[in-house]
Design a protein around this ligand. Structure first.
Ligand SMILES: Nc1ncnc2c1ncn2[C@@H]1O[C@H](COP(=O)(O)OP(=O)(O)O)[C@@H](O)[C@H]1O
Ligand SMILES: [Mg+2]
Length: 463
Protein backbone atom coordinates (compact mmCIF):
# COMPACT_ATOMS: atom_id res chain seq x y z
CA UNK A 1 0.00 0.00 0.00
CA UNK A 2 1.32 3.40 -0.91
CA UNK A 3 1.64 5.80 2.04
CA UNK A 4 1.03 9.52 1.65
CA UNK A 5 4.29 11.42 1.91
CA UNK A 6 4.12 13.42 5.13
CA UNK A 7 6.39 16.44 4.93
CA UNK A 8 7.44 18.60 2.06
CA UNK A 9 11.21 18.61 1.60
CA UNK A 10 12.57 22.06 2.23
CA UNK A 11 10.26 25.07 2.29
CA UNK A 12 8.30 24.35 5.46
CA UNK A 13 9.08 21.28 7.45
CA UNK A 14 5.63 21.32 9.00
CA UNK A 15 3.70 21.50 5.75
CA UNK A 16 2.07 18.54 4.11
CA UNK A 17 4.24 17.09 1.38
CA UNK A 18 3.23 17.02 -2.30
CA UNK A 19 1.09 13.99 -3.00
CA UNK A 20 -0.62 14.07 0.43
CA UNK A 21 -4.34 13.52 0.10
CA UNK A 22 -7.20 15.05 2.00
CA UNK A 23 -10.86 14.21 2.53
CA UNK A 24 -10.55 10.60 1.51
CA UNK A 25 -8.61 11.40 -1.64
CA UNK A 26 -10.82 14.22 -2.91
CA UNK A 27 -7.88 16.62 -2.84
CA UNK A 28 -4.21 16.02 -3.53
CA UNK A 29 -1.57 18.49 -2.39
CA UNK A 30 0.61 19.62 -5.29
CA UNK A 31 2.88 22.01 -3.48
CA UNK A 32 3.30 24.26 -0.49
CA UNK A 33 2.64 27.96 -1.18
CA UNK A 34 3.12 29.83 2.08
CA UNK A 35 2.45 29.90 5.78
CA UNK A 36 1.28 32.88 7.77
CA UNK A 37 1.35 31.81 11.40
CA UNK A 38 -2.33 30.91 11.41
CA UNK A 39 -2.49 28.63 8.43
CA UNK A 40 -0.57 26.91 5.66
CA UNK A 41 -1.55 27.43 2.03
CA UNK A 42 -1.09 24.81 -0.68
CA UNK A 43 -1.74 24.34 -4.34
CA UNK A 44 -3.79 21.18 -4.81
CA UNK A 45 -5.95 19.32 -7.30
CA UNK A 46 -9.49 18.17 -6.72
CA UNK A 47 -11.12 14.92 -7.75
CA UNK A 48 -11.81 16.35 -11.21
CA UNK A 49 -8.14 17.29 -11.53
CA UNK A 50 -8.87 21.01 -11.31
CA UNK A 51 -6.27 23.13 -9.56
CA UNK A 52 -7.46 24.69 -6.32
CA UNK A 53 -5.88 26.35 -3.32
CA UNK A 54 -6.18 24.62 0.05
CA UNK A 55 -5.78 26.47 3.30
CA UNK A 56 -5.01 24.40 6.37
CA UNK A 57 -5.74 25.69 9.86
CA UNK A 58 -2.31 25.53 11.42
CA UNK A 59 -1.71 28.08 14.21
CA UNK A 60 1.94 27.20 14.55
CA UNK A 61 2.41 28.69 18.01
CA UNK A 62 -0.09 26.18 19.38
CA UNK A 63 0.28 23.07 17.28
CA UNK A 64 2.65 20.54 15.81
CA UNK A 65 2.27 17.86 13.21
CA UNK A 66 2.32 14.28 14.32
CA UNK A 67 2.41 12.14 11.18
CA UNK A 68 -0.25 13.90 9.11
CA UNK A 69 -2.32 14.97 12.09
CA UNK A 70 -2.18 18.38 13.67
CA UNK A 71 -2.15 18.35 17.48
CA UNK A 72 -1.85 20.92 20.25
CA UNK A 73 1.79 21.41 21.18
CA UNK A 74 1.07 20.72 24.84
CA UNK A 75 -2.06 19.78 26.72
CA UNK A 76 -2.26 23.35 28.04
CA UNK A 77 -2.79 24.53 24.45
CA UNK A 78 -5.45 21.94 23.72
CA UNK A 79 -8.49 24.13 24.31
CA UNK A 80 -6.96 27.17 22.56
CA UNK A 81 -6.11 25.03 19.57
CA UNK A 82 -9.62 23.59 19.45
CA UNK A 83 -11.23 26.99 19.63
CA UNK A 84 -9.02 28.29 16.80
CA UNK A 85 -10.06 25.33 14.64
CA UNK A 86 -13.73 25.96 15.34
CA UNK A 87 -13.34 29.68 14.54
CA UNK A 88 -11.57 28.76 11.30
CA UNK A 89 -14.49 26.52 10.32
CA UNK A 90 -17.05 29.12 11.29
CA UNK A 91 -15.32 31.84 9.31
CA UNK A 92 -14.83 29.59 6.29
CA UNK A 93 -18.57 28.92 6.34
CA UNK A 94 -19.44 32.59 6.41
CA UNK A 95 -16.92 33.31 3.65
CA UNK A 96 -18.50 30.54 1.60
CA UNK A 97 -21.69 32.61 1.58
CA UNK A 98 -19.96 35.52 -0.11
CA UNK A 99 -20.47 35.49 -3.81
CA UNK A 100 -18.57 38.27 -5.55
CA UNK A 101 -16.01 38.34 -8.31
CA UNK A 102 -13.76 40.50 -6.11
CA UNK A 103 -13.74 38.02 -3.22
CA UNK A 104 -12.04 34.65 -3.45
CA UNK A 105 -14.59 31.83 -3.72
CA UNK A 106 -14.62 29.21 -0.95
CA UNK A 107 -16.07 26.03 -2.31
CA UNK A 108 -15.48 23.51 0.43
CA UNK A 109 -14.86 23.52 4.16
CA UNK A 110 -13.93 20.26 5.85
CA UNK A 111 -12.14 18.68 8.77
CA UNK A 112 -9.32 16.19 8.41
CA UNK A 113 -6.05 15.39 10.15
CA UNK A 114 -7.61 16.74 13.37
CA UNK A 115 -7.67 20.24 11.96
CA UNK A 116 -9.76 22.13 9.39
CA UNK A 117 -9.33 23.06 5.73
CA UNK A 118 -10.93 25.26 3.14
CA UNK A 119 -10.71 24.78 -0.61
CA UNK A 120 -10.52 28.06 -2.52
CA UNK A 121 -10.74 29.02 -6.17
CA UNK A 122 -7.33 29.46 -7.70
CA UNK A 123 -6.70 33.09 -8.64
CA UNK A 124 -4.20 33.32 -11.45
CA UNK A 125 -2.17 36.48 -11.25
CA UNK A 126 0.15 38.29 -8.87
CA UNK A 127 -0.35 39.78 -5.47
CA UNK A 128 -0.35 43.56 -5.20
CA UNK A 129 2.72 43.58 -2.96
CA UNK A 130 4.76 41.96 -5.72
CA UNK A 131 3.42 44.49 -8.21
CA UNK A 132 4.40 47.36 -5.88
CA UNK A 133 7.80 45.91 -5.10
CA UNK A 134 8.57 45.33 -8.75
CA UNK A 135 7.69 48.98 -9.29
CA UNK A 136 5.54 47.90 -12.18
CA UNK A 137 4.98 50.99 -14.31
CA UNK A 138 2.55 49.14 -16.55
CA UNK A 139 -0.21 49.91 -14.08
CA UNK A 140 -1.64 53.23 -15.31
CA UNK A 141 -3.58 55.70 -13.13
CA UNK A 142 -6.73 54.76 -15.07
CA UNK A 143 -6.17 51.13 -14.13
CA UNK A 144 -5.51 52.06 -10.50
CA UNK A 145 -8.79 53.99 -10.36
CA UNK A 146 -10.64 51.07 -11.97
CA UNK A 147 -9.01 48.67 -9.51
CA UNK A 148 -10.00 50.93 -6.60
CA UNK A 149 -13.63 50.89 -7.69
CA UNK A 150 -13.53 47.08 -8.05
CA UNK A 151 -12.05 46.76 -4.57
CA UNK A 152 -14.67 49.11 -3.13
CA UNK A 153 -17.39 46.96 -4.69
CA UNK A 154 -15.86 43.85 -3.15
CA UNK A 155 -15.46 45.46 0.28
CA UNK A 156 -19.02 46.77 0.09
CA UNK A 157 -20.22 43.24 -0.61
CA UNK A 158 -18.33 41.91 2.43
CA UNK A 159 -19.72 44.67 4.66
CA UNK A 160 -23.24 44.16 3.36
CA UNK A 161 -23.05 40.64 4.81
CA UNK A 162 -22.08 42.07 8.21
CA UNK A 163 -18.53 40.82 7.88
CA UNK A 164 -15.23 42.64 8.04
CA UNK A 165 -12.18 41.54 6.09
CA UNK A 166 -9.84 42.76 8.80
CA UNK A 167 -6.57 42.11 6.99
CA UNK A 168 -6.64 44.16 3.80
CA UNK A 169 -3.08 44.72 2.64
CA UNK A 170 -1.14 44.48 -0.65
CA UNK A 171 -0.19 40.83 -0.02
CA UNK A 172 -3.84 39.89 0.49
CA UNK A 173 -5.01 41.31 -2.82
CA UNK A 174 -4.38 39.13 -5.84
CA UNK A 175 -4.54 40.88 -9.19
CA UNK A 176 -5.68 38.59 -11.97
CA UNK A 177 -3.98 38.84 -15.36
CA UNK A 178 -7.11 40.64 -16.58
CA UNK A 179 -6.37 43.36 -14.00
CA UNK A 180 -9.25 42.46 -11.71
CA UNK A 181 -8.32 42.53 -8.01
CA UNK A 182 -9.52 39.76 -5.67
CA UNK A 183 -9.50 39.86 -1.87
CA UNK A 184 -8.06 36.81 -0.12
CA UNK A 185 -7.05 35.85 3.43
CA UNK A 186 -9.75 37.23 5.72
CA UNK A 187 -8.40 37.95 9.18
CA UNK A 188 -11.61 38.05 11.19
CA UNK A 189 -11.17 34.54 12.67
CA UNK A 190 -7.73 35.52 13.91
CA UNK A 191 -9.12 38.65 15.50
CA UNK A 192 -11.91 36.73 17.17
CA UNK A 193 -9.45 34.11 18.36
CA UNK A 194 -7.26 36.80 19.87
CA UNK A 195 -10.17 38.09 21.88
CA UNK A 196 -10.83 34.70 23.47
CA UNK A 197 -7.73 34.64 25.61
CA UNK A 198 -4.45 36.38 26.29
CA UNK A 199 -2.51 33.43 24.92
CA UNK A 200 -4.52 33.57 21.73
CA UNK A 201 -3.75 37.25 21.36
CA UNK A 202 -0.29 36.16 20.23
CA UNK A 203 -1.91 35.20 16.94
CA UNK A 204 -3.56 38.58 16.63
CA UNK A 205 -2.86 39.85 13.18
CA UNK A 206 -1.81 43.43 12.97
CA UNK A 207 0.01 44.60 9.92
CA UNK A 208 2.07 47.73 10.53
CA UNK A 209 1.25 50.45 8.05
CA UNK A 210 -2.07 48.92 6.97
CA UNK A 211 -3.91 48.20 10.21
CA UNK A 212 -5.79 51.16 11.66
CA UNK A 213 -4.90 52.17 15.21
CA UNK A 214 -7.99 50.51 16.71
CA UNK A 215 -6.65 47.08 15.63
CA UNK A 216 -3.78 47.44 18.08
CA UNK A 217 -6.10 47.68 21.04
CA UNK A 218 -7.24 44.21 22.09
CA UNK A 219 -11.02 44.12 22.35
CA UNK A 220 -11.53 47.53 20.72
CA UNK A 221 -14.46 48.10 18.44
CA UNK A 222 -13.90 47.63 14.74
CA UNK A 223 -15.94 49.15 12.01
CA UNK A 224 -16.39 49.00 8.24
CA UNK A 225 -14.22 52.13 8.13
CA UNK A 226 -11.42 50.08 9.75
CA UNK A 227 -11.29 48.02 6.55
CA UNK A 228 -11.46 51.25 4.55
CA UNK A 229 -8.40 52.57 6.41
CA UNK A 230 -6.47 49.44 5.44
CA UNK A 231 -7.63 49.73 1.83
CA UNK A 232 -6.60 53.39 1.74
CA UNK A 233 -3.17 52.51 3.18
CA UNK A 234 -2.80 49.84 0.50
CA UNK A 235 -3.71 52.30 -2.27
CA UNK A 236 -1.45 54.95 -0.80
CA UNK A 237 1.43 52.46 -0.95
CA UNK A 238 0.55 51.57 -4.53
CA UNK A 239 0.36 55.20 -5.70
CA UNK A 240 3.24 56.72 -3.77
CA UNK A 241 5.53 53.68 -3.64
CA UNK A 242 6.10 54.47 0.05
CA UNK A 243 4.93 52.09 2.77
CA UNK A 244 2.36 53.93 4.91
CA UNK A 245 3.34 54.92 8.47
CA UNK A 246 2.34 52.83 11.45
CA UNK A 247 -1.07 54.02 12.67
CA UNK A 248 -0.06 53.68 16.32
CA UNK A 249 2.85 56.04 15.75
CA UNK A 250 0.46 58.40 13.96
CA UNK A 251 -1.90 58.28 16.94
CA UNK A 252 0.96 59.03 19.33
CA UNK A 253 2.01 62.00 17.18
CA UNK A 254 -1.56 63.27 17.13
CA UNK A 255 -1.85 62.92 20.91
CA UNK A 256 1.31 64.97 21.45
CA UNK A 257 0.32 67.62 18.89
CA UNK A 258 3.13 66.57 16.54
CA UNK A 259 2.63 66.71 12.76
CA UNK A 260 0.92 63.70 11.20
CA UNK A 261 3.41 61.09 9.99
CA UNK A 262 1.22 60.46 6.97
CA UNK A 263 1.79 62.84 4.07
CA UNK A 264 -1.49 63.33 2.22
CA UNK A 265 -1.52 62.24 -1.39
CA UNK A 266 -3.61 65.16 -2.55
CA UNK A 267 -1.67 67.56 -4.74
CA UNK A 268 1.39 65.32 -5.02
CA UNK A 269 0.43 63.11 -7.96
CA UNK A 270 -0.77 65.16 -10.91
CA UNK A 271 -1.63 62.03 -12.90
CA UNK A 272 -4.50 61.46 -10.49
CA UNK A 273 -7.58 63.53 -9.89
CA UNK A 274 -7.30 65.40 -6.57
CA UNK A 275 -10.76 64.20 -5.62
CA UNK A 276 -9.55 60.60 -5.96
CA UNK A 277 -6.47 61.29 -3.83
CA UNK A 278 -8.43 63.23 -1.17
CA UNK A 279 -10.79 60.29 -0.75
CA UNK A 280 -7.82 58.06 0.11
CA UNK A 281 -6.47 60.70 2.52
CA UNK A 282 -9.84 60.93 4.23
CA UNK A 283 -10.23 57.17 4.54
CA UNK A 284 -6.82 57.18 6.22
CA UNK A 285 -7.87 59.51 9.02
CA UNK A 286 -6.62 58.31 12.37
CA UNK A 287 -9.92 58.99 14.13
CA UNK A 288 -12.55 56.54 12.85
CA UNK A 289 -15.34 59.13 12.90
CA UNK A 290 -13.41 61.33 10.47
CA UNK A 291 -12.97 58.59 7.87
CA UNK A 292 -15.19 57.74 4.95
CA UNK A 293 -17.74 55.47 6.53
CA UNK A 294 -18.78 53.18 3.74
CA UNK A 295 -17.33 51.74 0.57
CA UNK A 296 -20.40 53.02 -1.29
CA UNK A 297 -19.81 56.61 -0.14
CA UNK A 298 -16.19 56.34 -1.20
CA UNK A 299 -17.10 54.97 -4.63
CA UNK A 300 -19.70 57.72 -5.11
CA UNK A 301 -17.08 60.36 -4.29
CA UNK A 302 -14.72 59.24 -7.00
CA UNK A 303 -17.08 58.01 -9.67
CA UNK A 304 -19.67 60.48 -11.01
CA UNK A 305 -21.85 57.70 -12.46
CA UNK A 306 -22.14 56.12 -9.00
CA UNK A 307 -22.95 59.53 -7.56
CA UNK A 308 -25.95 59.62 -9.91
CA UNK A 309 -26.93 56.08 -8.85
CA UNK A 310 -26.75 57.05 -5.20
CA UNK A 311 -28.86 60.15 -5.87
CA UNK A 312 -31.51 57.97 -7.52
CA UNK A 313 -31.41 55.66 -4.50
CA UNK A 314 -31.82 58.60 -2.12
CA UNK A 315 -34.68 59.99 -4.22
CA UNK A 316 -36.50 56.69 -4.09
CA UNK A 317 -36.09 56.62 -0.31
CA UNK A 318 -37.51 60.16 -0.21
CA UNK A 319 -40.38 59.08 -2.47
CA UNK A 320 -41.16 56.19 -0.13
CA UNK A 321 -41.20 58.56 2.85
CA UNK A 322 -43.41 60.99 0.93
CA UNK A 323 -45.84 58.16 0.18
CA UNK A 324 -45.97 57.28 3.87
CA UNK A 325 -46.64 60.91 4.79
CA UNK A 326 -49.37 61.21 2.18
CA UNK A 327 -51.12 58.14 3.52
CA UNK A 328 -50.71 59.43 7.10
CA UNK A 329 -52.31 62.71 6.09
CA UNK A 330 -55.14 60.90 4.28
CA UNK A 331 -55.78 58.68 7.31
CA UNK A 332 -56.02 61.67 9.61
CA UNK A 333 -58.21 63.50 7.09
CA UNK A 334 -60.66 60.63 7.04
CA UNK A 335 -60.60 60.47 10.87
CA UNK A 336 -61.48 64.13 11.33
CA UNK A 337 -63.59 64.68 8.21
CA UNK A 338 -66.85 65.30 10.13
CA UNK A 339 -65.26 68.00 12.23
CA UNK A 340 -65.64 71.60 11.16
CA UNK A 341 -62.16 72.53 10.23
CA UNK A 342 -60.23 75.78 9.92
CA UNK A 343 -61.24 78.01 7.05
CA UNK A 344 -57.77 79.30 6.40
CA UNK A 345 -54.93 77.24 5.14
CA UNK A 346 -52.61 80.01 6.25
CA UNK A 347 -53.28 78.86 9.78
CA UNK A 348 -51.84 75.45 8.93
CA UNK A 349 -48.70 77.06 7.67
CA UNK A 350 -48.43 79.57 10.45
CA UNK A 351 -46.12 77.59 12.73
CA UNK A 352 -43.52 77.70 9.97
CA UNK A 353 -43.75 81.43 9.29
CA UNK A 354 -41.66 83.15 11.88
CA UNK A 355 -42.14 86.84 11.30
CA UNK A 356 -44.64 87.20 8.49
CA UNK A 357 -48.19 88.35 9.22
CA UNK A 358 -50.78 85.73 8.33
CA UNK A 359 -52.09 86.45 4.89
CA UNK A 360 -55.39 85.69 3.41
CA UNK A 361 -55.31 82.36 1.65
CA UNK A 362 -57.95 80.15 0.13
CA UNK A 363 -60.21 78.47 2.70
CA UNK A 364 -59.98 74.74 3.33
CA UNK A 365 -62.37 72.26 4.76
CA UNK A 366 -60.03 69.72 6.30
CA UNK A 367 -56.31 69.11 6.66
CA UNK A 368 -55.17 68.93 3.06
CA UNK A 369 -53.29 66.12 1.45
CA UNK A 370 -49.68 66.66 0.52
CA UNK A 371 -50.52 67.05 -3.17
CA UNK A 372 -53.17 69.60 -2.28
CA UNK A 373 -50.76 71.58 -0.13
CA UNK A 374 -48.28 71.63 -2.96
CA UNK A 375 -50.82 72.70 -5.60
CA UNK A 376 -52.19 75.28 -3.22
CA UNK A 377 -48.79 76.73 -2.50
CA UNK A 378 -47.93 76.88 -6.18
CA UNK A 379 -51.12 78.84 -6.86
CA UNK A 380 -50.50 81.07 -3.87
CA UNK A 381 -46.96 81.72 -5.02
CA UNK A 382 -48.26 82.95 -8.36
CA UNK A 383 -50.68 85.33 -6.67
CA UNK A 384 -48.21 86.53 -4.00
CA UNK A 385 -44.81 86.53 -5.68
CA UNK A 386 -43.33 88.76 -2.94
CA UNK A 387 -44.27 86.40 -0.16
CA UNK A 388 -41.74 83.75 -1.02
CA UNK A 389 -39.15 83.24 1.64
CA UNK A 390 -35.56 82.63 0.79
CA UNK A 391 -35.16 78.85 1.22
CA UNK A 392 -31.58 79.36 2.29
CA UNK A 393 -32.78 81.52 5.14
CA UNK A 394 -34.25 78.30 6.54
CA UNK A 395 -37.66 79.72 7.41
CA UNK A 396 -39.65 77.61 5.04
CA UNK A 397 -39.17 76.36 1.59
CA UNK A 398 -42.14 76.16 -0.67
CA UNK A 399 -39.97 74.80 -3.49
CA UNK A 400 -38.93 71.68 -1.61
CA UNK A 401 -39.75 68.74 -3.88
CA UNK A 402 -41.02 66.21 -1.39
CA UNK A 403 -42.39 67.94 1.68
CA UNK A 404 -43.28 71.52 1.07
CA UNK A 405 -43.06 72.92 4.57
CA UNK A 406 -39.46 72.27 5.45
CA UNK A 407 -36.02 73.42 4.35
CA UNK A 408 -34.00 71.35 1.88
CA UNK A 409 -31.33 70.99 4.49
CA UNK A 410 -33.56 68.83 6.69
CA UNK A 411 -33.07 65.12 6.05
CA UNK A 412 -36.12 63.21 4.84
CA UNK A 413 -36.47 61.42 8.19
CA UNK A 414 -36.55 64.77 10.05
CA UNK A 415 -39.15 66.05 7.66
CA UNK A 416 -41.19 62.90 8.22
CA UNK A 417 -40.99 63.42 11.98
CA UNK A 418 -42.01 67.08 11.65
CA UNK A 419 -44.96 66.29 9.40
CA UNK A 420 -46.04 63.55 11.79
CA UNK A 421 -46.04 66.07 14.67
CA UNK A 422 -48.15 68.53 12.64
CA UNK A 423 -50.52 65.77 11.56
CA UNK A 424 -50.85 64.55 15.16
CA UNK A 425 -51.53 68.09 16.31
CA UNK A 426 -54.21 68.38 13.63
CA UNK A 427 -55.70 65.10 14.77
CA UNK A 428 -55.84 66.19 18.42
CA UNK A 429 -57.24 69.54 17.37
CA UNK A 430 -59.92 67.80 15.35
CA UNK A 431 -61.06 65.83 18.36
CA UNK A 432 -60.96 68.87 20.62
CA UNK A 433 -63.06 70.75 18.08
CA UNK A 434 -65.50 67.87 17.85
CA UNK A 435 -65.87 67.80 21.61
CA UNK A 436 -66.26 71.58 21.79
CA UNK A 437 -68.75 71.79 18.94
CA UNK A 438 -71.38 69.72 20.77
CA UNK A 439 -71.59 70.98 24.34
CA UNK A 440 -73.95 68.82 26.41
CA UNK A 441 -75.71 71.79 27.99
CA UNK A 442 -76.35 73.67 24.75
CA UNK A 443 -74.22 76.52 26.07
CA UNK A 444 -71.92 78.43 23.70
CA UNK A 445 -68.73 76.51 23.08
CA UNK A 446 -65.62 77.88 24.70
CA UNK A 447 -63.49 80.19 22.62
CA UNK A 448 -60.49 78.61 20.94
CA UNK A 449 -57.48 80.81 20.98
CA UNK A 450 -55.73 79.35 17.94
CA UNK A 451 -55.99 80.30 14.29
CA UNK A 452 -57.87 77.09 13.70
CA UNK A 453 -60.92 78.85 15.17
CA UNK A 454 -63.72 78.93 12.60
CA UNK A 455 -66.30 81.55 11.76
CA UNK A 456 -69.00 79.88 13.88
CA UNK A 457 -66.80 80.04 16.91
CA UNK A 458 -65.82 83.61 16.16
CA UNK A 459 -69.51 84.58 16.20
CA UNK A 460 -69.94 83.07 19.63
CA UNK A 461 -67.17 85.12 21.29
CA UNK A 462 -68.88 87.12 23.99
CA UNK A 463 -68.37 90.87 23.83
N1 LIG B 1 -6.98 31.61 -3.96
C1 LIG B 1 -5.70 31.78 -4.20
N2 LIG B 1 -5.26 31.72 -5.49
C2 LIG B 1 -3.96 31.87 -5.75
N3 LIG B 1 -3.00 32.04 -4.82
C3 LIG B 1 -3.39 32.12 -3.53
C4 LIG B 1 -4.76 32.00 -3.16
N4 LIG B 1 -4.84 32.08 -1.84
C5 LIG B 1 -3.59 32.27 -1.40
N5 LIG B 1 -2.73 32.30 -2.41
C6 LIG B 1 -1.27 32.48 -2.33
O1 LIG B 1 -0.83 32.09 -1.06
C7 LIG B 1 -0.29 33.20 -0.34
C8 LIG B 1 -0.69 33.10 1.11
O2 LIG B 1 -2.06 33.01 1.22
P1 LIG B 1 -2.87 33.77 2.32
O3 LIG B 1 -4.27 33.32 2.21
O4 LIG B 1 -2.61 35.21 2.20
O5 LIG B 1 -2.30 33.21 3.68
P2 LIG B 1 -1.22 33.74 4.72
O6 LIG B 1 -0.96 35.19 4.44
O7 LIG B 1 -1.87 33.52 6.01
O8 LIG B 1 -0.03 32.90 4.49
C9 LIG B 1 -0.83 34.40 -1.04
O9 LIG B 1 0.00 35.52 -0.92
C10 LIG B 1 -0.92 33.94 -2.48
O10 LIG B 1 0.33 34.06 -3.10
MG1 LIG C 1 -1.99 36.68 3.55
Amino acid sequence: MQMDPIFSDDENSEALAPGSTLLGGQFTIQRYLSSGGFGITYLATDSLNRTVVIKECYPEAFCARVNKSVRARTSSYQSDFESIVSLFVREARSLAKLNHSGVVGVHQVFEDNETAYMALDLIEGRDLLTIIEENDRSLTPTQVVAMTLDLLDAVDHVHSQDLLHRDISPDNILVEYSGRPVLIDFGAAREEASRKSRVLSSVLVVKDGYSPQEFYLAGSQQFPCSDLYALAATLSHLISGEAPPNSQARLAALASSQPDLYTPLRGRFPDYDDCFLSAIDKAMSIVPAKRLQSAKDWAALIDPSRRADQAVETTSIDAAIEKTITSLVQTVNSEIAPVEAPKSRASLLKPQVVSEPVRERPPVEIIPSLAEIRAEMEAWKRIHPHDQHDPDAGVFDIEAPSIVLFPHAWPAATRLAAVSVIVLAGFIFGHVTLANSAPPTGAAPPVLSSNYQNQENAKSIPD
